[in-house]
Design a protein around this ligand. Structure first.
Ligand SMILES: Cc1cc2nc3c(=O)[nH]c(=O)nc-3n(C[C@H](O)[C@H](O)[C@H](O)COP(=O)(O)OP(=O)(O)OC[C@H]3O[C@@H](n4cnc5c(N)ncnc54)[C@H](O)[C@@H]3O)c2cc1C
Length: 424
């Protein structure tokens, strides 16, 4: 039996950042960070690693902005080992009137400085010649870019370990309430079969539902499998300095008459004729590859530890991408190989805001439901959870992420006013 002051269950980027801020900001030493597998091997290893402060909800702008500030400081103090760079986002649309994310907040002064909009066709043709003729509007976000999340997590975990945090490889199979704290039932390589802790932080990524249920707690989360893939770009279609480019329009995929007949004859493929959502994204990757993603799947499922490749996904996504970058069309039928696919869960709440802070029991906390933005928000989310545990001063955005916000009807009415949830 082992006894600690704080146990953090799950060493993805959320658990690692929480351990880091507890150890570094609050000098807490008696912390154990537990994971069944290698740190960052689950959802975090599937991240597209992009960041932005451009969110329809003001609280998300504030959370991600603070996270970018924290990452910038870490980058400056550590030779930018995690390669934080501001390469920007370009949202493109075939409609000059398209609101990227419908929201009063985005139209206000908060984003005026970091946003530029091009609606002049000639200017678009000369600056972004790879875009389709139909594109009428480009919104460029400058407070956006990418990091190497594995390098960021490795930096945080090594500093946390130096400050005294222990990392334990074990599966948390059971959690019991004790009069003061919690008893964790462990299996795997750990020397101990159980561990007592005064404070417990749940950071198990897609398994938050399962872990909260061990304590009889039900949380409003669902997990939806999303994918990305990397392929070579032998025809050099995507300029190496192209910003992360997102199609802001929903679309119907283009099929030949023969393909349409085939789809209609196979009812299980009927969805391929439905409208697909906005948000398809593409960027250059490494020296000669491109990375594409499209969160068109909207079906929640019970998370699995192992996921399999979807062989239709690259074809569907390239077909959609060739709508706004037409030179990609030859890749639709003959995609360059190798195709490397990544899949993981967007574990999210209905309004797509995370759960950060205290849960219903004394000493119990979570950083979870980080959906498709967990790598960009991890630093501020981990710091906020550390502030909650240590009774530190809380930022103004804290109530918006409080796991018990659903009991506050005024706050929820304000949250639900925003028409877009900002998901890409
Ligand atoms: C395809 C895809 C693309 C994405 N792109 C971006 C992006 O561009 N930018 C961005 O900011 N975010 C992106 N995200 C989101 C981001 O990757 C996640 O929000 C983030 O990684 C979540 O981190 P986490 O620590 O909460 O979860 P995880 O990384 O899943 O970590 C949870 C950890 O808990 C451990 N665990 C679970 N249960 C147990 C147990 N019972 N016992 C012991 N250990 C346990 C797991 O082994 C795992 O290591 C993307 C996600 C996906 C799926």
């Amino acid at each position: 039996m082992k006894n600690v002051h704080i146990a953090i269950c799950g060493a993805g980027i959320a658990g690692i950042a929480t351990a880091y801020y507890l150890a570094i900001k609050y000098r807490q030493q008696d912390i154990v960070l537990i994971d069944k597998n290698l740190p960052m091997s689950l959802t975090t290893s599937k991240s597209g690693e992009n960041f932005r402060d451009y969110w329809p909800q003001p609280c998300m702008t504030a959370l991600t902005r603070h996270s970018l500030d924290l990452m910038k400081t870490l980058a400056d103090n550590n030779d930018n080992v995690f390669e934080m760079h501001y390469s920007g986002y370009d949202f493109v649309s075939a409609s000059v009137d398209r609101d990227i994310f419908p929201s009063d907040h985005l139209a206000g002064p908060d984003h005026a400085e970091s946003l530029s909009r091009i609606v002049d066709r000639e200017q678009l043709r000369s600056t972004q010649p790879y875009l389709d003729e139909s594109i009428q509007q480009l919104v460029h976000i400058s407070q956006a870019g990418a990091i190497d999340v594995h390098a960021l997590g490795s930096l945080l975990i090594s500093k946390a370990k130096k400050a005294g945090v222990q990392v334990l490889q074990a599966s948390v199979d059971a959690i019991e309430n004790q009069s003061t704290g919690f008893r964790l039932g462990l299996s795997g390589n750990a020397d101990h079969r159980s561990l007592d802790t005064k404070n417990l932080v749940l950071t198990p990524g897609p398994f938050i539902d399962e872990m909260a249920a061990m304590l009889g707690i039900s949380l409003p989360v669902e997990s939806i499998l999303q994918r990305k893939f990397i392929i070579p770009d032998p025809c050099k279609i995507i300029p190496r300095n192209m910003p992360f480019t997102i199609f802001a329009d929903p679309q119907f995929l283009q099929w030949s008459d023969e393909e349409t007949t085939l789809i209609k004859d196979n009812p299980e493929y009927g969805w391929l004729l439905d409208e697909f959502p906005a948000g398809l994204h593409i960027k250059p990757e490494g020296s000669g590859n491109i990375k594409l993603g499209w969160a068109y799947n909207r079906k929640p499922e019970k998370p699995r530890w192992e996921t399999t490749d979807d062989f239709d996904f690259p074809n569907i996504t390239l077909r959609g991408a060739s709508r706004f970058i037409p030179a990609l069309k030859p890749y639709v039928d003959e995609p360059p190989t190798p195709i490397v696919q990544f899949s993981g869960y967007y574990t999210r709440t209905p309004e797509n805001l995370p759960l950060i802070g205290p849960l219903q029991k004394e000493g119990l906390f979570t950083v979870s439901a980080l959906s498709g933005y967990g790598t960009m928000a991890a630093c501020s989310a981990g710091e906020l959870c550390a502030d909650c545990i240590m009774g530190g001063e809380l930022p103004t955005y804290a109530p918006y992420f409080h796991p018990e916000r659903y009991d506050d009807s005024t706050l929820m009415a304000e949250i639900n006013k925003t028409a877009s949830d900002g998901q890409l």
